[in-house]
Write a protein that binds this ligand. Structure first.
Ligand code: SF4
Ligand code: SF4
Length: 141
């Protein structure tokens, strides 16, 4: 897939020079995410270019050379930052299916920088749960 320089946008400052969550990504995509990427991409991507169905029948971002297809490894840019999947927007906020609660992923080395406001954290957690239930059809309770 070719990439266009003008699509490149830096990740938020908290993520500068990191990109760890884009390495060997297992990010799940909703139909909305897929449609948005296809609609917004100037590279005329098709679904098969960037996602596949995993063993749970969820659409998942593809990796190439060990990182997300949309990650520009040398510069650590997300090439679709403005229309990146919703899961990437919530991250490092995740929903722990075993503990049945939202948490900040320990794999993110800067997770303490995100969602410091408790009220915002609660609202985002509600959004994340709704996203999982309504768009990904994942039963969480
Ligand atoms: S792992 Fe955390 S700090 Fe690094 S890019 Fe992802 S969200 Fe940002
Ligand atoms: S879509 Fe962007 S933010 Fe999400 S995993 Fe891929 S490169 Fe990272």
């Amino acid at each position: 897939m070719s990439r266009r320089q003008k699509e490149k946008t830096t990740m938020s400052n908290d993520c500068e020079n990191c990109g760890k969550c884009c390495i060997e990504t297992e990010m799940i995509l909703s139909e909305y995410d897929i449609d948005l990427i296809i609609r917004k991409s100037q590279d005329h991507v098709i679904k098969q270019d960037f996602c596949f169905k995993n063993k749970d029948e969820h659409h998942q971002l593809k990796n190439i050379k060990g990182h997300c297809v949309f990650f520009d490894y040398p510069s650590k840019f997300c090439t679709i930052y403005e229309y990146r999947p919703q899961g990437c927007r919530f991250y490092p906020l995740i929903f722990d299916i075993n503990e049945l609660k939202c948490k900040l992923d320990e794999d993110c080395p800067r997770n303490n920088l995100f969602y410091q406001n408790k009220q915002v954290l609660k609202v985002k957690c509600d959004h994340l749960k709704r996203f999982l239930k309504e768009q990904l059809k994942i039963t969480i309770i």
